[in-house]
Design a protein around this ligand. Structure first.
Ligand SMILES: *Cc1c(COP(=O)(O)O)cnc(C)c1O
Length: 749
């Protein structure tokens, strides 16, 4: 089926008396036929992206856009009296949790767009991440049955199923292929576990609770399951083509490990080669080395995965045996390099009963990369400093990116058309052309303001529908939307809002432009403090929104079930992007890039990709505050006393005391008191306020107020916003993927 045929069939489609879901299936199926008839060129060398998450969002609009038929489809449906937006009823495929999973989805999009052979491998969870509701201010987790509308974008490949073996069970891995359309058609292959009720559990939930032995085993099974199915398939393909000579395996296969979850794929490749095809251990290790590369996504110690040796031995005895051999091989090699005992233990794959997946990856792979300049420097100088000392050439930086197709063209048609009118359409295929906007910024600022106002109106309408809360037009929109985590410091924003609120009440904050603070965030189900922060924000929202003395000036909204589709609305309708992590802890961030591209200024710390954002769009066009990495390091060394700040700063005392003085209720759970103590007393595992919330709070409030004051010069502020859009091309994942492709994968169009 070609394009004309697709259009003709769509025109002929009888839409009378069909439900939205029926139409969704018919149109999706037409688009699949059209898309899949595009060349599926075999490539001499493929790269494979192994990721435990792919946060795809809705496929419908994006696929039509990628196939170049979105506008015609919109028009044809409109002629039939159907608004294409009705398909927003079909919910997201949320097979991911946050930035890491969305990055994987953006990468697939960009590679297909560039015509590069990158295929994805992951898990087809029955339920994605939970659906979040807020009841009585608390997060409630509901199952996310994303397939209840059907899944017209996947094809089950019955004939290509595989077997994955554990000591105590055998599981069938059935592939479901989702095409990724672009200049070429690539495939995201998601494995579904079948065979028994026990087996099915493996692909039931993303991140099942792992605070019990049983939970840990399930996670281990998930990680091995999709790693083994994927690697097993690649080996089999190679075998069919070349027989049992694996010397050239890495010439055709480049495997990227997205964080540590798929690291067992390395061990599985070595296992298959040595156990099934009699390749020598050293040769197998060399093949693995040439094949694999690893992306680190976090420096938080609690997120660096380790697997208990006994558990591994019980569930995956062969893998365990190979891990031990790798450990000995490493020890041997490091001794020959004259590493000290201390250095050896820092890099050790195995230590005190645990295997470190990060150390294993760093030892084996040919390339380790961080995801923003600062993050890669931290890997080199801190987290992996010893490995960097001995293997400096392994380390590279690949600053993250986002696909401008979903995150600008699709979510902000109005701004995209303004860009078309100003510099032509070339930027749509070559994003670097976007910088051509720079000389025109002054002349399009008024039109930009009109568009931003419209995108805010659309966002407010969506929020009114979904949250039942009305935001008056004309408000400045400050947004902090991302996973809920202490290091991301949503709590600091909550305190800042309380301080501004107090200032409005007592008249110390004057000439304040009406503003709304939007939050969207899911907390891990077992993360008590994060859940307490959600409740705290909702308590603050209730109080402030119902205060008639100030609610014409200040509102707070916590949106429920923040996901990709919500993000598409929020990034387009935001003026100020809040990116306020403790310096050194946000590896990159990608939300920050989406906002920048849509013309929001960043109010943030010098962390992750924020640094590169202000480098490119100009520090004067953004609002940077707070301690930088050096200062945080110094504070950690010299000691930091948040109690001193509370003593001397009355506003801080007011905001923080709100946790315990009865202003708000935590429903008798004690969770607010626990937050208070985390800040003021600490806990067995950390010092008081170990994310330096109170340290940065004063400069944060000042930055928020400065933004508010600057906004009164609406046009000058729009110029700052447009400077961000005009200089955001670097943050296209097209650029990131070109870099991976040129410097790590060596794949070609
Ligand atoms: C982009 C995105 C993220 C990542 O946001 P950060 O601010 O970089 O943490 C998380 N969730 C969703 C739904 C996203 O679209």
């Amino acid at each position: 089926m070609d394009r004309t045929e697709f259009i003709n069939q769509l025109k002929k489609l009888n839409t009378n008396e069909k439900t939205t879901v029926e139409l969704y299936h018919e149109i999706s199926s037409l688009a699949m036929n059209y898309g899949l008839s595009g060349l599926k060129k075999p490539a001499a060398r493929n790269a494979y992206y192994l990721s435990i998450e792919f946060l795809i969002g809705r496929s419908f609009f994006n696929n039509l856009l990628e196939l170049g038929v979105l506008e015609e489809t919109r028009q044809i449906l409109s002629d039939k009296g159907i608004d294409i937006n009705v398909f927003e009823e079909i919910e997201d495929a949320a097979l991911g949790n946050g930035g890491l999973g969305r990055l994987a989805a953006c990468f697939l999009d960009s590679a297909a767009g560039l015509g590069l052979p990158l295929q994805g491998y992951g898990i087809r969870y029955k339920y994605g991440l939970f659906k979040q509701a807020v009841r009585n201010g608390f997060q409630v987790e509901l199952p996310d049955d994303w397939q209840r509308f059907g899944d017209p974008w996947s094809q089950r490949k019955e004939g290509e199923k595989r077997t994955v073996k554990f000591a105590d069970m055998t599981v069938t891995a059935v592939p479901y292929d989702m095409p990724v359309f672009g200049k070429r058609v690539n495939t995201l292959r998601l494995w579904q576990a079948e065979g028994s009720a026990e087996a099915e559990k493996i692909s039931e939930y993303l991140y099942p609770a792992d605070d019990t032995e049983e939970g840990k085993i399930l996670r281990l099974r998930q990680e091995y399951f999709f790693s083994a199915a994927s690697v097993g398939e690649l080996v089999e393909k190679h075998l069919k083509k070349y027989g049992k000579s694996f010397g050239n395996f890495s010439e055709e296969n480049a495997i990227q490990l997205n964080d540590t979850h798929p690291v067992l794929a390395i061990v599985e490749l070595i296992r298959i080669l040595t156990a099934e095809y009699r390749v020598g251990f050293a040769d197998a290790c060399e093949i693995a080395q040439k094949t694999f590369s690893y992306t680190n996504h976090t420096v938080l110690p609690e997120a660096l995965e380790c697997w208990n040796a006994e558990l591994l031995e019980k569930i995956l005895p062969e893998i365990y045996a190979i891990l031990l051999k790798l450990h000995l091989k490493q020890k041997d090699e490091l001794t020959k390099l004259h590493c000290t005992q201390e250095e050896i233990s820092e890099m050790a794959i195995y230590a005190s009963g645990n295997f470190s997946m990060a150390n294993l990856a760093v030892y084996i792979v040919h390339t380790v990369n961080g995801v923003a300049k600062l993050h890669t420097d931290i890997l080199k100088n801190s987290l992996f400093r010893t490995a960097y000392k001995y293997y400096p050439k392994k380390f590279q930086n690949k600053t993250n990116g986002i696909t401008q197709r979903r995150w600008l063209m699709l979510c902000n048609r109005e701004l995209s058309e303004l860009i078309d009118r100003t510099i032509g359409k070339n930027w749509r295929t070559d994003i670097s052309a976007l910088s051509g906007l720079n000389p025109h910024i002054e002349s399009i600022a008024d039109e930009f303001i009109r568009i931003k106002t419209e995108k805010k109106r659309q966002l407010f309408e969506y929020i009114a529908q979904h949250e039942g809360t009305v935001i008056p037009n004309g408000f400045i929109v400050y947004s902090q939307v991302k996973r809920l985590h202490e290091y991301k410091r949503q709590l600091m924003t909550a305190f800042a809002i309380l301080e501004i609120y107090k200032g409005l009440k007592d008249g110390t904050v004057r000439n304040f432009q009406p503003s709304v603070f939007l939050f969207g965030a899911k907390s891990a189900p077992s993360y008590k403090r994060a859940k307490a922060v959600i409740k705290f924000i909702n308590e603050i929202a209730d109080k402030i929104n119902s205060d008639e003395q100030t609610n014409g000036l200040l509102r707070v909204i916590f949106v429920q079930n923040y996901n990709v589709s919500y993000a598409e609305k929020i990034v387009a309708g935001t003026d100020v992007s809040l990116q306020v992590s403790t310096a050194g802890l946000e590896a990159s961030g990608t939300g920050n890039m989406k906002f920048m591209m849509n013309g929001a200024v960043t109010c943030g710390t010098m962390d992750g990709a924020n640094i590169e954002i202000v480098e490119l769009s100009g520090r004067e066009n953004n609002y940077i505050f707070g301690a930088e990495v050096d200062e945080i390091e110094r504070l950690k060394e010299e000691g930091y006393n948040p109690l001193e700040l509370l003593k001397t700063n009355e506003l801080h005392r007011y905001a923080v005391s709100a946790l315990i003085d009865g202003t708000f209720t935590d429903g008798g759970t004690g969770c607010f008191k626990e937050l208070y103590e985390a800040l003021t007393v600490g806990a067995t595992w950390h010092k008081p306020d170990h994310y330096f919330v109170l340290h940065d709070l004063q400069s944060y409030v000042a930055a928020l107020l400065k933004i508010n004051a600057d906004y009164t010069q609406r046009k000058a502020f729009a110029v700052k916003q447009l400077k961000n859009t005009a200089n955001s091309a670097y943050f296209s994942s097209d650029r990131t993927i070109k870099e991976y492709s040129d410097c790590i994968w060596k794949i070609m169009e």
